[in-house]
Design a protein around this ligand. Structure first.
Ligand code: C5P
Length: 294
């Protein structure tokens, strides 16, 4: 069984408060994009879960989220069968694009089919949140959704189901670790209590209604990622990338998730290609992607 495993962007990410379990409550807007990994699932004769991936940044042991997804299904559904999982990686690792979470969601949905389990979406979502905060979004199989709680409480945004945005992604050669970024966030907010109090209180509803009307130029100031300030403090080169993207003719630019991908938005492929051409990226240690909503 060969499956596509798509990446995500966060068009909005506001951090509410730190929770007793050390996670943070969020309000976020997810978008699924057509940059994807390929996951190949094959039944095994024994009960092992074997992961193969040529990308050295991806672990192939029990720490791999695909392994955890398959193991959880085996346990919860008392399955004795094993599976070979091959991951062909295109989504950069540790870049805020949700690649690992998406791969895990693809394995959950794929094994549900391969092993003819007939599990409803609700059950898959319950499994998903045990694996990671972003996994549930991918189980919903929709282009846009609002995420709350740890990010696992998903509200599908049907009103945006027709919206197709184009993006230019710049992925610098940095492997950002999400727990590290949230730790930095906690330190930052302890030191800057005022910054927290005076932070922008932005209305995600206005953002959704402008997206629906495709008023992309009006999105500046509404597209927002609260983690940008701490990430830019630790990796100032990312602020430079954001400025570069804004000056390349795209409507707006933002960091995705806990970074370091910076993306620009436009409504046409032509504008996105023109922006890529105008970027002087020769010799830079960056990966550039042209991608769109899917
Ligand atoms: O849920 P996931 O495993 O993707 O989260 C990775 C890490 O990111 C967590 O261990 C936590 O440090 C941080 N995190 C958080 N609040 C969230 C999501 C992630 O603090 N809502």
């Amino acid at each position: 069984m060969v499956l596509k495993s798509y990446a995500k962007l966060n068009l909005y990410l506001s951090i509410r408060q730190k929770r007793k379990d050390n996670y943070h409550n969020l309000d976020t807007l997810f978008e699924r994009i057509d940059l994807c990994d390929i996951i190949t699932l094959g039944n095994r004769q024994d009960s092992l879960i074997r992961i193969t991936c040529e990308n050295r940044d991806v672990p192939t042991d029990a720490s791999n989220l695909c392994y955890q997804a398959a193991r959880l299904i085996q346990k919860q559904c008392t399955i004795k069968r094993g599976v070979d999982i091959r991951i062909d990686k295109n989504i950069p690792v540790g870049s805020g694009l949700g690649g690992g979470s998406s791969n895990a969601a693809t394995v959950l949905m794929g094994l549900n089919q391969l092993w003819k389990l007939g599990l409803p979406r609700r059950t898959l979502c319950n499994f998903a949140k045990e694996i990671g905060s972003d996994v549930s979004f991918f189980i919903h199989n929709i282009p846009f959704a609002r995420g709350r709680g740890r990010g696992e409480k998903i509200e599908p945004l049907q009103q945006l189901s027709r919206l197709r945005l184009w993006h230019v992604l710049i992925v610098p050669k940095l492997h950002l670790r999400t727990p590290f970024i949230y730790r930095k966030w906690d330190e930052f907010t302890k030191k800057n209590k005022k910054a927290r109090l005076t932070r922008q209180t932005l209305n995600v509803r206005i953002l959704i209604s402008l997206l629906k009307k495709e008023k992309l130029r009006d999105l500046t100031g509404l597209l927002f990622n609260e983690l940008e300030q701490v990430v830019f403090l630790n990796y100032p080169q990312l602020r430079g990338i954001k400025e570069l993207l804004i000056h390349s003719g795209l409507d707006v630019a933002l960091m995705s998730g806990s970074g370091g991908t910076i993306f620009g938005i436009t409504s046409s492929k032509k504008e996105a290609i023109a922006a890529i051409k105008s970027l002087n990226v020769k010799g830079r240690p960056w990966q550039i992607f042209l991608t769109r909503t899917i």
